[in-house]
Design a protein around this ligand. Structure first.
Ligand code: NCD
Length: 360
């Protein structure tokens, strides 16, 4: 991997993914051969939002590589509770640790953190924006089950608007495969437009539909997701959207025999627990794969060593960014440099580089 940080898959190449996959499956086959490969190295897990699998699989991954782990699992247990900003936390922690995995409720927080870090930063989820290491887990599971990432019919169902695992998975697949997609959601929870446009522009066939029954018989992969309660402005708005898509054994009667049912977990009610006994239910295996691919990622990224933080190439500002996205990190961390990029194509304009929200 050439890039220092993993914020998302903007620049992942097929050969980088192939190398990571080979390493991940090799570690899975013979973990004992890697048990000392990170001796003396420290992983910091900085979790400003709840997590079970992502945090524990990162920590286990580092421990199995012979390294050590520091960190916090809630902002209440860190100096954030005293009002410390993100840049000070990252500046200091990156001198203690050799690699950082961070989850934060603000969109764009991973890019912001990466600017101030003198060691690699891995995005373990930034609000409803991206979650690239869940995607590595998903890609590994799809490749193991289907032999590759192209020529598949893939259904993604549920909260496609706030589901960061969906955004990262689709973005990675635009580079790594050509497929047919059924994006199944209500009108309010459709996939963000920039993700949809990326998917269409890279030659995939994409259908946005509202009913799972309409496509289930055609799917090779069904990626179910939870309605992301914590991203709604009120309980009422959440309730209006919840309970609409539930995968049951009855629904699976219409599916292919070799369908792979994936879910990033946690599951709430979108997959009934009877489905767990169906051989097509792969979500628990998917979570296990996540630990091996994270071991491969840590090993690969540690090769980058330490460096001068990227912020030295930018100018800090005082609230100059003005991103209209209320949950963008620039609206709380006001010192961040103003970073935008140009959008080309049918609707040209500019977007915020932190959270991808359209500015004009
Ligand atoms: C996902 C997340 O945090 O985005 N969980 C995970 O990391 N495996 C999905 C979710 O919370 O719904």
């Amino acid at each position: 991997m050439q890039y220092r940080h993993l914020v998302d898959f903007n620049d992942i190449t097929v050969s980088q993914w192939n190398a990571l996959y080979r390493l991940g499956t090799d570690i899975m086959r013979s973990p004992e051969e890697y048990s000392d490969s990170c001796k003396g190295k420290v992983l910091a897990t900085l979790f400003y939002e709840p997590s079970t699998r992502t945090m524990l699989s990162f920590q286990t991954a580092m421990l199995k590589l012979g390294g050590s782990v520091i960190g916090f699992d809630s902002p209440a247990n860190s100096s954030v509770a005293k009002g410390e900003n993100l840049k000070d936390t990252i500046t200091i922690v990156s001198t203690y640790a050799d690699i950082i995995a961070m989850r934060n409720p603000r969109e764009g927080a991973a890019l912001a953190a990466s600017l101030y870090s003198s060691c690699p930063v891995i995005n373990a989820g930034d609000g409803g924006h991206f979650h690239p290491t869940q995607t590595l887990t998903d890609l590994m599971t799809i490749t193991m089950e289907k032999g590759g990432l192209s020529g598949l019919t893939i259904g993604l169902c549920g909260d496609l608007k706030h589901g960061r695992t969906v955004h990262s998975l689709l973005r990675a697949l635009t580079v790594l495969g050509k497929n047919t997609y059924y994006l199944v959601s209500t009108l309010n929870l459709k996939v963000p437009r920039y993700i949809l446009e990326e998917l269409q522009a890279s030659g995939n066939t994409v259908y946005e539909i509202a009913s799972l029954d309409e496509c289930i018989g055609e799917l090779d992969i069904l990626y179910m997701t939870r309605i992301q309660k914590e991203r709604f402005q009120s309980e009422d708005l959440y309730k209006k959207e919840s309970g609409k898509y539930v995968l049951t054994p009855a629904k699976l009667l219409y599916a292919k025999k070799d369908l792979a049912v994936l879910h990033p977990l946690p599951r709430v009610d979108e997959i009934s627990s009877e489905v767990d006994f169906d051989s097509r239910a792969l979500y628990f295996r998917q979570a296990e794969n996540g630990m091996y691919i994270r071991m491969a990622l840590i090993l690969t990224m540690l090769k980058n060593g330490r460096f001068r933080p990227d912020i030295f190439g930018f100018t800090e500002t005082d609230g100059a960014m003005r991103c209209p996205n209320p949950v963008c990190v620039t609206n709380t961390e006001k010192y961040l440099p103003a970073l935008t990029y140009e959008i080309n194509g049918p609707r040209p304009g500019h977007a915020c580089k932190y959270c991808d929200f359209r500015i004009d």
